[in-house]
Design a protein. Sequence first.
Length: 285
Amino acid sequence: MIPSIPQSVFTKFCYRAYVAVFFIYLGLPLAVVCVFAFNDSVFPALPWEGFTWAWFFGKDAPFIGVFNERSILRSIGTSAFVAVWVSALSVAVGTCNAFLFVRHDFRGKSLLYVLMLLPLIIPGVILGISILVFSSSVANTLEDATGLWFDGLRPGLILVILGQFSFITTFATLVISARLQKFDPSLEEAALNLGASKAGAIRQITLPFLLPAIVASAVVAVLMSFENFNTTLMLVGSDSPLTITMFDKLKQGSTPVLNAVSVLLMVASAALGVMSLLFQRSKSS
């Protein structure tokens, strides 16, 4: 709806009703998950049996809470390990990609840019299978040639990190590139005229300007890594990240402990988002 164009009362009512229904559609499933995380029942469904913290802190079966479920705690640690590596690699490569695509013109630039965007189009399952088949083929070839065992090319955390990195880097590149396009190159030129080196000008002027986008990219990378399932499922080994562990438990039967994990993830995601916004505001003020 364009505010400058006069609208009838009925049109305004329909627009507001649409917005309300849209946000209810988005928020209602999350609200249901949160509510049943505190239900004093072994089933995440009605009827409501009373309020309890057991699905978070319970120690006695069947009310074993998240903080006493070793498999879930171990998988959270695994997901955090993967997310930190994916975030660091994605931000580093994404920053380099941003400088490459924004600052330089070269033959094949458009083709290279399209190739960078391809992981956003390819389904996660296909991407995971492709990486698995390729890495397994390389591992088999190297093992036949050298007689050595290449664990890093077999299903495991290294492949999970590389698989998530392959498409999360694209998001980091887009976010950082958008920020870099707003940068005034004359600021770097002024620093060079004052005696700064090219690397020094980038380190002291350009990178601080890009810092809000870099932080935002890191937060997005962490969240995307935590929630990724399709690609991770194809590449996971014996150490399962959180999404795979929750999927395995769901196959055994859903319990409110999964709702409790979801609540913790929502709180952590919201906290990261708020911290990112506060950081960007502090840098812009």
